[in-house]
Write a protein that binds this ligand. Structure first.
Ligand code: HSE
Length: 435
């Protein structure tokens, strides 16, 4: 059989990793794919690869020339971002080329358009590496769990954010210093605010929700909150209450709509997901037939991500001769079967809460807070107050509540922050039991 020719757009962390995997495991990959897979062309702004790795590769300055090369069968987009990635991918599709991408922003924001174009041209766009790096989670949700109604999914799907929270908790390290290390290790996005603000996780969650519930990709409806507000005292308060703080990406189908949200969350420390540390990622999926399945592995880094990219290349190579209408649908459900279920605004989402208030240490303050919560129908599940540090009359007041609708909690917190003896900077984190 003729070899498959791959054109690589981007030779950065993941592009370089992909070249390494394809070259190092070439024989094993050919055994699996049924034919040789060769990187014939590559385009990159800077060449950091060893020259011998690029011996048989034609380097092109213009990526738009690469996507129209007649001998390229599969275009692998690893440049990231939406511009010019969107145009390049659409041009490749228009040329009848299959596409593999690790670009979560591209899929979350432009996936609906890209998949429609791919369907029109009878080509496949594969994106396993876009979510959770080396974990084959797209395949698991799209195929392995296809018998189920997926009820909810909870994921730690940003390696950088998880690495930062873990180092802060275990070693008391400083946020900025750990972020710098994550950048040096190649985990962080080109713009690391995407990692710490939860945007990267929101891109990935948007994709997972579409696959789980058969809805179009709706990144703009995803609620996102970063980890910058998490302080070391909240991490230790959470531990005292039997929880860990994770940047959780959570999506659930409710009778009123879909919850789609990324925010720092307290989860029970006994839960496996709470013990996913460092750059590791994990996705917990609740299906009505299977129950819970947990998918765990490295969420970032050159070779783990390249492992997913190459799996997609092999999959595309295997399906080249199949009828385009009988391939696995891009978004798991047949395109005509996508559902028009609304994404719920956060005010309508119900969760339990962790609250940390800074109160003046005087009589009646706790009673006033408890009154407001009681009047709002919010029940306190656990509570403690720490002794004031010497020389101050402010005390941290920490509580866990039972589940309540966010609208009710917002109204109560508005009233609490108006109390003269409560400081304005109330810390409010959501809690998920994941049961
Ligand atoms: N910046 C991402 C992360 C890379 O840290 O998870 C993998 O998508």
């Amino acid at each position: 059989m003729q070899p498959i020719h791959v054109g690589l757009l981007g030779l950065g962390t993941v592009g370089g990793g992909t070249l390494t995997v394809l070259q190092q495991n070439a024989a094993e990959i050919a055994r699996r794919a049924g034919r040789e897979i060769i990187v014939s062309h590559a385009s990159s702004r800077s060449l950091r690869m060893a020259p011998e790795a690029l011996n048989r590769v034609t380097i092109m300055d213009d990526p738009f020339q690469l996507v129209v090369q007649p001998e390229v069968d599969i275009v692998v987009e690893l440049i990231g971002g939406c511009t010019p990635a969107r145009e390049l991918v659409l041009q490749a599709i228009a040329q009848g080329k299959h596409v593999v991408t690790a670009n979560k922003a591209l899929i979350a924001l432009h996936g609906n358009e890209i998949f429609a174009a791919a369907q029109q041209h009878g080509v496949t766009v594969a994106f396993e590496a876009a979510v959770a790096g080396g974990i084959p989670i797209i395949k698991a949700v799209r195929e392995g769990l296809a018998a189920n109604h997926i009820e909810w999914m909870a994921g730690i799907i940003n390696g950088t954010g998880n690495f930062i929270l873990t180092e802060m908790r275990d070693k008391g390290r400083d946020f900025a210093e750990v972020l710098q290390e994550a950048q040096a290790l190649g985990y962080a996005e080109a713009d690391p605010t995407f990692d710490v603000e939860g945007v990267d996780a929101a891109h990935k969650l948007t994709i997972l929700a579409a696959l789980a519930f058969g809805i179009p990709l709706q990144f703009s409806a995803c609620y996102t909150e970063g980890i910058g507000q998490v302080q070391r005292q909240d991490v230790s308060n959470a531990a005292r209450l039997g929880y860990r703080i994770k940047q959780l990406a959570f999506t659930r189908k409710t009778p009123r709509g879909i919850e789609l949200r990324v925010h720092p969350t307290l989860i029970p420390e006994k839960c496996l997901l709470a013990n996913v540390d460092g750059v590791m990622n994990a996705v917990l999926a609740q299906g009505d037939m299977v129950g819970q399945t947990l998918h765990y592995g490295p969420g970032a880094g050159a070779l783990p991500t390249a492992s997913s990219v190459v799996a997609d290349i092999i999959e595309v190579a295997r399906t080249l001769t199949t009828d385009p209408h009988n391939r696995v649908p891009h978004l798991a459900f047949q395109p005509s079967e996508l559902a028009d279920i609304p994404v719920l605004p956060m005010a309508e989402v119900t969760t339990a809460y962790y609250l940390r208030l800074t109160a003046q240490n005087k009589p009646g303050v706790l009673a006033a807070v408890a009154d407001i919560l009681g009047e709002a129908g919010i029940s306190i599940k656990a509570m403690f107050q720490q002794e004031p540090e010497s020389g101050t009359c402010e005390v941290p007041l920490v509580m866990l509540t039972h589940p309540v609708q966010e609208r009710q909690m917002n109204a109560a917190l508005g009233r609490i922050s108006d109390l003269p003896d409560i400081a304005d900077d109330i810390v409010r984190l959501r809690v998920e039991s994941l049961r």
